[in-house]
Each structure stands twice: as C-alpha cells, then as structure tokens.
Design a protein around this ligand. Sequence first.
Ligand code: NAD
Ligand code: GLY
Length: 358
Amino acid sequence: MKKLRIDLADRSYDILIGRNFLSRLGDHLSYFKSARRALVVTNPVVNKFYGKVLSEGLQSAGLEIECAEIPEGEAHKTLYDAQTVYDHLIENQYDRDSLLVALGGGVIGDLTGFVAATFLRGVPYIQVPTTLLSQVDSSVGGKTAVNHPQGKNLIGAFYQPRLVAIDLDTLRSLPPDEFRAGMAEIIKYGVIEDPKLFAFLEKNSEKILNQDTKCLETIIETSCAIKAKVIELDERESNYRMVLNFGHTIGHAIEALTSYSQFKHGEAVAIGMVYAAKLSCQLGKCSEGVVQKIEALVEKFGLPSNLPQFSAGEYIATMYRDKKAHNKNIRFVLVRDIGTVEIVDRVAETDIQKVLAS
Ligand code: NAD
Ligand code: GLY
C-alpha cells in the first residue's frame, strides 16, 4: 500500500493507493474514532460490484453502515439528487459525528462531497473513487459540486475529504471507454508538469491499456502526487491550480455544445489539449514537434483529437459562458514544452478563430 500525504494544515489528508483493500478499509479509519455511523453514497452499478465488500470493510471499524443510491449518470448530479441524500440523513437522524463515504466515479464523488460540505454545515467524508478519472483527478483536491440546468458544476464548494482510498482492483470492472477517458487527465499531468511521465505513457501505452499492475501503480501514484502538489500550493484556484485546466477551455465548450451527451469529459479534454497545443504553437509558445507529440499520445490511447463541427462563433460564445472565463476574457493554459505550461488570461478572439479553423 502506498500512502501520499496532501498537506493543507488542518485540512490535510492521506491518499491510499493499493489493491484489494476495500474489505479492510476500516483499518485505516483511526481518524474517525468518534464516528458511529457511515452513509455510503453510490449508484446501482458500482454498488453491485463493491457495495457489500466496502460495507463489510467499514463495519470492521465498528461503524453502523447504511447505503444511499443515486441513479447512474451525469444527469443525476443535481440538487434534486443531493436532496434525496439529505432526506435520508435527516430522516435517519444522522449527526455531525457521522461520516459520508463516496463510492463511485466523479459524479458520486462530487455530489457526496457537496452534501458533506453542506449537511449540518459540514460533516466529514471520504472518497473511494472507482473510475480512472476519479482516482487521478476528481477525488483529490476538494472541488465538490452539483450541476444546474444552466451549466455544469455551478453550485458547489471547496471542501476537502478526510481520506482518499484508491483500490486499483476496482478498475477491472470499468468499461474500456471510461478507462481511456481517464487517461486524458493523466496525459494532462505529463504535459503540465512531468516530461518523465509523458515519456512513460509514450513507451507503455499498450501495457497501460491492458491494465498492467506496475504501470497502473506508477501512473496513478505520479498523477496523484502532481495533483497533491498543485493543491498544496493553491487550494482554492486563485491562480496556479488553473494549470489543471489544460485542455479544458475548448474541452468544456465541446461538452456544452454537444449537450454533455456525445463525449465523455476525458474525451473532450483530449481534443481540447490538442487544440490548446496548436494554439500555443500558433502563438509562438511551442514548436510544432510538441503539438505532434501531444496529438500522437492522445491518439495512442484511442482518444479523439478532432473538433466536432460547430462554427468558431458557437465555440467562442460557449467559452465566454464557461465559469472559468475570467473578467469576460477567455483564459487558456498554453504549453511551452512537455512539462511546462503558462496561464494566459487573455487570448484574442482572432487567434482562437484561427486555431479552430486549423
Ligand atoms: P462517472 O462518475 O459518471 O462514472 C462513469 C461511469 O462508470 C458511470 O456509468 C459509473 O456508473 C461507472 N463506474 C464507475 N466505477 C465503475 C467501476 N469500477 N466499474 C464499472 N463501472 C463503473 O464519470 P467520471 O469520469 O468518473 O467522473 C466525471 C465527473 O467528474 C463529472 O461530473 C465531472 O464534472 C467530475 N469531475 C470533477 C473533478 C473535481 O475536481 N471534482 C475533476 C474532474 C471531473
Ligand atoms: N480538475 C481540476 C481541479 O481539480 O482543479
């Protein structure tokens, strides 16, 4: 079992990375000596695979366990679905010493974190992420949210979990397209921070897609360590944390323009990374070779690299509406070289139009 620490003063916590340890998770809950009860929030698919083993693992720590299911899918990351969890907590008289446990991908993790941040003005929660994307990204860093009909993640809070428990064996049941979508965020870490990780991905793509144990451990540990370092430096995204949005300016626009139904988040980010790299090259920040390397790696992992057909005007209008737009400017994370990026607050519309047409 590998243990990483994310150091945030009184909000510090461990990220545990191991195999087949959900049945013993209770051994790692010494923080929660005062907790008597835990509510596991999950969806029916994940519950079927891992609900029982996790509940038994938590019972061994002397916790009384109940489970609340949210229907599967992004369409259920809403205030209405959060309300069903609040209802359960209130009807069953959960108090501040209770613990919430998010068992699932980013949808369950974001929603459970949001409920934990708001129920009784905040109760502790732990993340047990079961998708590759949630293991390397959404479970770490304390961004919690639900969606609003006007946009994704518009209602949320920064609220850190008390523990992230990553059991790599849960990835065995993950559909291959979900696995590939998670790879986009790992490629992102290579581009923003770590040329060695990028080279490792280039060299080991086949083994990674076959879920080779050693390779998975390496890329998940490295990704979590990079994310932890970024969060330690800028927990609330006042500036540096924005590097994690590499590929997301165009990625979010793709998701919104296709009504969140055509592309998985990671797929949209993959296209967004390729076009952010093209824009960087067009603006003289990086060489054509860097663009080719990013595009080739995205394609090696079976991820899309071409923009869906919308006009430049539609893309740009959607980018202005994104919550990450800043003072009515469209912000990009641009790449200088593999491992080095810069945040550019204002990119001219004409430059964006040109890259969208490329
Ligand atoms: P997801 O939570 O929708 O899970 C994808 C699918 O995989 C679902 O159908 C789920 O039921 C299934 N699944 C989950 N684990 C499984 C397993 N082990 N075996 C079989 N099936 C399994 O998608 P995701 O990609 O994990 O997360 C996307 C969400 O994360 C989005 O809502 C996005 O906004 C959010 N997100 C948040 C952050 C953050 O920092 N908080 C970062 C990135 C993304
Ligand atoms: N996924 C981006 C962030 O956590 O900031």
